[in-house]
Structure formats: C-alpha cells, structure tokens
Design a protein around this ligand. Structure first.
Ligand SMILES: Cc1cc2nc3c(=O)[nH]c(=O)nc-3n(C[C@H](O)[C@H](O)[C@H](O)COP(=O)(O)OP(=O)(O)OC[C@H]3O[C@@H](n4cnc5c(N)ncnc54)[C@H](O)[C@@H]3O)c2cc1C
Length: 340
C-alpha cells in the first residue's frame, strides 16, 4: 500500500503555511482517498505550533527550530529527508516553490527515489498517474513510475488551497541531525512595494500589447499616458501584469517603452503560461504564439481597435472593438470613484 506524505513550509512571516503548500494538501487528500492510502503531512518551519491548525486531520509531522526559519539547501534537505523517513513515504507531494524545487531532487536521490516536476494533476486509475505539460504546454504527458519514493512537485494553481475543517491535533516533532551550516541569510532585498507587477495569485491577468506604444489615430504615440493608465489599473485592481513579446522586445530595439515591463512579464510560447481565473488583453493582436500562453486563463476578454484581430477568431470570450486608451481611462475612473 502507498504511503503519501505532503511536504509543506511556512511563508516568509513564519506564521502561516504558503498557499501552494495548502494546494499540495488538497492534492494529497484527494490522492489518499483515491488510493485508499495513508496520508501524512510534514511541516518545515521554525515554529510549527500554530501551523497545524490550518491542516486537515492526518498524521502531522514537523521539524522545528531557528535553522528552518530561512530557506537553505542544507537544512531544508535534511528536514525533508527526516520527514520522509519518519513517514515511510512512498509518494511525496510538495509545492513547486523555489524552496522545495531547490531540494527535491537531492532528497529524492538520498532516499533512492525519483522526482518529477511541474505536475498539473494526479490521478489514480487505479495506477498512480501524474500529468505535466511539455514543449510550452503543447504536449500533455501522463507519467507512471515504479520507483519509490516518487516525489511530485506540483505547479502552483493546479489545485485549490485546503480550506476545510482544521484539525486540533498537534504535530509530532521530528528530530533532524543538522549538517554544518555554511550559509546564513543576512537580510532580504525585495522590490519596492508596488514595483512588483507579476502576481501569480491575482484573480486577473492584465496584458499590455505593443499597440500601447504605437501611433494612435491622432498620428502621435502616447507612451506616458499608456504607462499611467496601465499602472493606475494595476494599483486599483492588484492585477498581474503580462505583456506581448513585441512590447517587451521594444526595449532592446531602442524604441519608446514602458519601463516597468521586462521579459519576465512576457506571456506566450517563449514566455510564461500563468494561471488566473480571468484575463484582459489590451492593444495586443492575439497571435497564436502569444495566446498559447493563455491556456490556463479561464475567462478571456480583449480590447482591440481591429475587428479582425486574433482574439475575435475564437480566442477570447468577449472582445471589445474599442480604443483601449478610452476604455481604460473610463474603467480607472469608475474604479477610483468606487474606492473614494
Ligand atoms: C517563434 C516565435 C515565438 C514567439 N513567442 C511569443 C511569445 O511568447 N509571446 C508573444 O506575445 N509573442 C510571441 N511571438 C510574437 C507573436 O507572433 C506576435 O508578433 C506578438 O505577440 C505581437 O505582439 P502585439 O500583439 O502586442 O503587437 P502587434 O501585432 O503590433 O499588435 C498591436 C495591436 O494593438 C492594437 N491597437 C493599437 N492601438 C490600439 C488602441 N488604442 N486600442 C486598442 N487596440 C489597439 C492593434 O489593432 C494591434 O492589433 C513569437 C513569435 C515567434 C515567431
């Protein structure tokens, strides 16, 4: 019989488990029910005392101590190895966070196991099958493996975060033999508040296309106004900002650009494929290499002057044939009026 372990970790505050960890818990609950397998949940945190309250009833295991307050390969790998051994895990589910992605392969190797990453779904039919995408989300592969333990790192957003009945149980303390610590975090440097435009947890993806920097019907470009409209909308909605390749490429070609956009914002075949419930495309033509990055956007809307743009050809649920400058100015005014 399989023995499932879900690995979780605290967020930067240390006071809560990350959303991606709670998504892995949902996956673990469903899989243990499907396989009729035992479920354990492991916690990596400096103080796990209150963290178990957000978890369902299952066998709870935790490592504790200052060494686990910060992500670090040596201590995190030692912690996860100890949790896997304590749970006798044959299947290990973990969020594909930077913290766990860094150590999963090393821990799997120590235990003689195997790791697969970017898992989008797990099924038991009745054999255990994990699904992931290859070649920029064009090929969906279904993986099975005989090797145990099998580590599966889950893509964020593939499952909803666990929000069911919390348990009153306390986690069992698992002792970890700490290795020599050679790396110490001396501080945290983060972008200024508000400067971060990529927000994977946002409900809405707002995409800016190259049209924002093109000559408008008056024969002029209006890049500064475009920047104000886009940033104003992001401030009012906390949407995540995506971009077309044409727009981010302009920076390298010496054209007038929107300074807050980088290639990290690019959506598409050679960009990102984020998951958001809704998406709004503006001044973007909706060509296939761009739209392929919208695969996991549930409801799609677009604003384009061109009634023959790609979005009108079945790629969006709603297309507004309109001037995005005018529409977004009106939308921002309505949002600001609502807030005032
Ligand atoms: C191998 C390969 C990989 C690629 N990978 C990617 C990728 O990952 N991501 C990506 O985005 N692209 C990618 N591309 C490029 C892609 O094919 C398109 O060239 C690109 O997406 C076009 O960007 P755009 O729609 O912003 O610009 P444009 O094609 O210039 O479209 C601008 C649009 O803005 C509209 N517009 C202008 N003014 C307004 C206004 N006031 N109001 C409303 N609408 C307005 C115009 O009608 C037009 O439709 C790739 C191409 C290749 C060959």
């Amino acid at each position: 019989m399989e023995s499932i372990l879900v690995l979780t970790h605290a967020d930067e505050t240390g006071a809560a488990l990350t959303k991606a960890s709670l998504e892995a818990v949902t996956a673990g609950l469903a899989l243990s029910a499907n396989l009729n397998a035992t479920l354990a949940i492991g916690i990596v945190a400096s103080d796990p005392t209150h963290l178990s309250k957000s978890l369902p009833s299952a066998r709870l295991l935790a490592v504790a101590g200052e060494a686990f307050a910060q992500p670090r390969y040596s201590t995190d790998a030692a912690a996860c190895e100890a949790l896997c051994r304590a749970a006798n895990a044959t299947i290990v589910l973990a969020p594909g966070s930077s913290r766990f992605t860094r150590i999963a392969a090393g821990v799997a190797h120590r235990l003689g196991g195997f790791v697969d990453t970017h898992i989008a779904s797990i099924a038991a039919t009745p054999a255990l099958e994990a699904t992931r995408w290859f070649y920029r989300q064009r090929i969906e592969a279904v993986l099975t493996r005989d090797t145990r333990p099998w580590f599966l790192l889950l893509d964020a957003g593939a499952y909803s975060p666990y929000a069911g009945e919390p348990t009153s149980a306390q986690a069992e303390h698992i002792a970890v033999e700490l290795p020599e610590i050679r790396t110490t975090a001396t501080g945290l440097r983060a972008p200024q508040q508000g400067a971060q435009t990529i927000r994977p947890d946002a409900k809405l993806l707002f995409v800016a296309g190259a049209g924002w920097t093109k000559k408008q019907p008056d024969g002029q470009t209006h890049t500064a106004e475009a920047a104000d409209l886009i940033l104003g909308f992001l401030r009012a909605t906390s949407a995540s900002l995506g971009s077309s390749k044409s727009l981010v490429d302009q920076g390298g070609e010496g054209h007038s650009v929107l300074p807050f956009l980088t290639h990290l914002n690019q959506i598409g075949q050679t960009g990102a494929t984020p998951r958001h419930p809704q998406g709004l495309s503006t001044c973007c033509h909706g060509e296939e290499p761009h739209v392929v990055g919208w695969r996991f956007i549930a409801e799609r809307r677009a604003i384009n002057l061109d009634p023959n743009c790609g979005w009108t050809r079945g790629k969006a649920d709603v297309v507004y044939i309109a001037d995005a400058f005018q529409v977004m100015a009106k939308v921002n005014a309505l949002l600001n009026a609502e807030k005032a």
